[in-house]
Design a protein around this ligand. Structure first.
Ligand code: HEM
Length: 153
């Protein structure tokens, strides 16, 4: 029997033709548009405690900054932790040093935003160590974007 007469070859030829047609005719999907980053990288700057409160993640459009030992970190990508419904939302836009030192997210541990920067002089050695461990955690995970300075008025 000639190869043309063999129906198996017809089927194989049809399958090959179909695959070849699809390979050459299917246009590649257009590349997805490059999304504009929602939160572009911040330029390092100084923030007063009052200014920092603007960055409390109150909406999904609001960045979240946190100060630890006067270092300001952009923790926006940790919104699950620091967003309004997160367990540590009280730290958003605030100096979190004392809370982290005392391992407390109780609001009473936060210092007033219109007062002087917390000097943390009364912390025990254990609390100082806890704070420094947390500072290392944040340095390793989040971007340092600023320095906390005293309120201007
Ligand atoms: C009730 C006990 C607590 C539980 C079960 C708990 C649980 C957790 C868990 C599961 C994580 C995520 C760890 C990771 O994936 O890296 C975390 C992170 C964290 N916790 Fe707690 N926690 C507790 C108490 C506290 C307290 C009292 C504080 C107060 C300062 C605190 C502050 C933090 C912070 C700052 C982070 C890091 C978030 C980040 O990486 O941005 N936690 N906690």
């Amino acid at each position: 029997m000639s190869s043309l007469a063999n129906p198996v070859n017809w089927v194989l030829a049809a399958v090959l033709g179909y695959i070849t047609y699809n390979y050459f005719s299917a246009s590649p999907p257009p590349p997805p548009p490059t999304p504009r980053p929602k939160f572009p990288t911040l330029v390092f700057k100084e923030y007063t405690p009052k200014e920092l409160t603007e960055f409390d993640g109150r909406t999904s459009e609001t960045r979240i900054l946190i100060a630890i030992n006067t270092k300001v970190f952009d923790v926006t990508r940790g919104r699950n932790f620091y967003g309004p419904d997160g367990p540590y939302g009280n730290f958003a836009g605030r100096d979190a040093s004392r809370g982290l030192a005392k391992n407390s997210f109780d609001k009473s541990v936060l210092v007033a935003v219109d007062g002087p920067i917390d000097k943390l002089e009364d912390l025990t050695d254990e609390e100082k160590e806890s704070l420094s461990d947390w500072a290392m955690h944040f340095e390793g995970k989040y971007q340092l974007v600023g320095k906390l300075i005293e309120n201007k008025d």
